[in-house]
Design a protein around this ligand. Structure first.
Ligand code: GTP
Ligand code: MG
Length: 220
């Protein structure tokens, strides 16, 4: 089993207040209640690292968890939560889209999809938006412990078919359960591989951006 040590670093209401971008990071997004925070706890092997709830709308801020002092897991609020006022939804979308579009340290975004339900317009549109904004993403099907193996296999193949109506190529797809820890090794291996492959280049880029920021601050 891959062992990691994740610790909570901070919660940020917007991109500006996020920690300085110095380490590669991986964000988790998806509809409210899909299991983003639970998946982060499962990966970290810590029950209460990220706050979870059976009621949607629990995570409201951008939460950074530092792992092994070398990368971040980022828990984001969910979208599509009907009880949030329209004004709040718009503000929310702005800070999340800002983060996803402008966060220089973001290496990959995991889009979580509930394995039990048919493709939802809101998720398909969200992935379209990621594609148009050229934000790399993988898909994680969640809560597979709640249905049988044959059911999620069928749902997964239907989902792939639906995606191929919009996309020429499928993104990488993972299947997970926060309860049985299914998918944990695959997800962590993917993250470790990306850290190895892109980490050095990203560090260089982030270093350059910091120099530019410092210069700008000094001249102000
Ligand atoms: P928001 O922060 O509100 O956007 O939700 P979230 O996507 O972070 O979901 P959260 O992790 O809080 O989980 C929502 C509910 O689903 C909780 O009751 C979890 O216990 C449950 N849950 C999440 N993942 C799984 C899973 O893999 N299996 C099962 N059985 N339940 C899960
Ligand atoms: Mg959450």
């Amino acid at each position: 089993m891959i062992a990691i040590n994740a610790v909570f670093e901070c919660s940020s209401p917007n991109l500006k207040t996020c920690p300085p971008p110095t380490l590669p990071e991986y964000a988790f997004i998806g509809r409210s209640n899909v299991g983003k925070s639970s998946l982060i706890n499962m990966l970290a092997n810590k029950k209460d690292l990220a706050k979870t709830s059976s009621k949607p709308g629990k995570t409201q801020l951008i939460n950074h968890f530092q792992v092994d002092e070398s990368w971040y897991l980022v828990d984001l609020p969910g979208y599509g939560y009907a009880k949030v006022s329209k004004k709040k939804r718009v503000e929310f979308q702005k800070f999340i889209s800002d983060y996803l579009k402008k966060r220089d340290a973001l290496l990959l975004t995991f889009v979580l999809i509930d394995s039990r339900i048919e493709p939802q317009k809101i998720d398909l549109e969200f992935m379209q938006w990621l594609g148009e904004a050229q934000i790399p993403f993988s898909i994680v099907f969640t809560k597979v412990d709640k249905i049988s193996g044959s059911e999620w296999t069928k749902n997964l193949s239907q989902y792939k078919k639906r995606l191929l109506e919009d996309w020429e190529e499928l993104p990488q797809i993972f299947v997970s359960s926060a309860q049985t820890k299914m998918g944990r090794e695959e997800l962590l291996t993917q993250i470790q591989d990306l850290n190895t492959e892109w980490g050095p280049q990203l560090h260089e880029k982030l270093k350059q951006l910091k120099i530019e920021r410092d210069k700008k601050n000094a001249s102000n």
